[in-house]
Design a protein. Structure first.
Length: 71
């Protein structure tokens, strides 16, 4: 993720600005919008644990089905 510079608008709202290699502004977002999107996005670690959890529950479900068939 690109480094964000914190600025304030003339109205006092907090802004995030991303600059390109030349130092020109590439993207400017309000803090509220950027933060909301960051919270919706999951990190690599969260995705990895979710994947493990999904595998574990799938394994349990498979075992339960096998057990039910035996009876």
């Amino acid at each position: 993720m690109a480094k964000r510079t914190t600025l304030y608008s003339s109205k006092g709202k907090k802004l995030y600005a991303v600059r390109d290699k030349d130092g020109k502004f590439k993207d400017i977002q309000t803090y509220k919008r950027a933060h909301t999107l960051d919270m919706k996005r999951k990190s690599k670690a969260e995705l990895a644990t979710a994947k493990k959890k999904k595998k574990k529950t799938a394994k349990k479900a498979k075992k339960a089905v096998k057990k039910k068939k035996r009876l």
